[in-house]
Write a protein that binds this ligand. Structure first.
Ligand SMILES: [Zn+2]
Length: 194
């Protein structure tokens, strides 16, 4: 037995149009936000995307998207998918391993409780995100879970830089479009409790 997560073909096609080096955080986030919009519009997942880039050079490793509904996998959030893809491409479970460049995770929204936990495990040295979690919950209805109240300090205490509010206005636009669509809100426990 196994389970796997696949990126849709459009992600591969759109990624091939991007430069290999995306030197500014804004250019990285612009692409991530664009992918988050295409993902729900094409019904290939929720309105979330993430990228892994070399922090110093902006070299792109991969941009991935949320795959919860099409993958029948509640853990297939954009961060988890993208970290897993990057680790498969780079053939390591630790993106912070000896001799490796510093890697940055770029996400269109604050990580949820699960994805927050995945960040120290991944080995990335930096996190940049756009939209704030509470706002995303308010706009979309997703339950992002009980993230640690001092989560940014907890990452920084582990030498993981946190950069917030990058192109947040553009990210919120996607969430509003998502909320206005009839796309599924895939929270757990949607059935009646007994
Ligand atoms: Zn998550």
């Amino acid at each position: 037995m196994h389970f796997k997560v696949e990126l849709p073909n459009w992600v591969i096609e759109e990624s091939e149009k991007l430069p290999e080096i995306m030197p500014t955080l804004e250019s990285q986030m612009e692409a991530v936000i664009r992918f988050s919009r295409i993902n729900f519009q094409k019904e290939t997942g929720g309105p979330f995307a993430a990228g892994i880039f070399e922090k110093e050079t902006g070299k792109r490793v991969v941009i991935g998207v949320n795959r919860v509904v099409p993958g029948n996998n509640s853990t297939a959030h954009a961060e988890i998918v993208t970290i897993g893809m990057a680790q498969a491409i780079l053939e390591t479970f630790d993106l912070g391993g000896p001799g490796m460049p510093n890697y940055r995770l770029v996400v269109n929204a604050r990580p949820c409780a699960m994805c927050f936990g995945s960040i120290p495990w991944s080995g990335v040295r930096s996190l940049a995100f756009a939209a704030a979690g509470e706002e995303v919950e308010k706009i979309t209805g997703f339950d992002e879970g009980p993230i640690h109240p001092q989560w940014q300090q907890e990452l920084e205490a582990r030498n993981i830089e946190v950069i917030e509010n990058v192109m947040a206005v553009e990210a919120y636009e996607v969430f509003r479009e998502f909320a206005a669509s009839d796309s599924p809100i895939y929270n757990g426990r949607s059935g009646e409790s007994s």
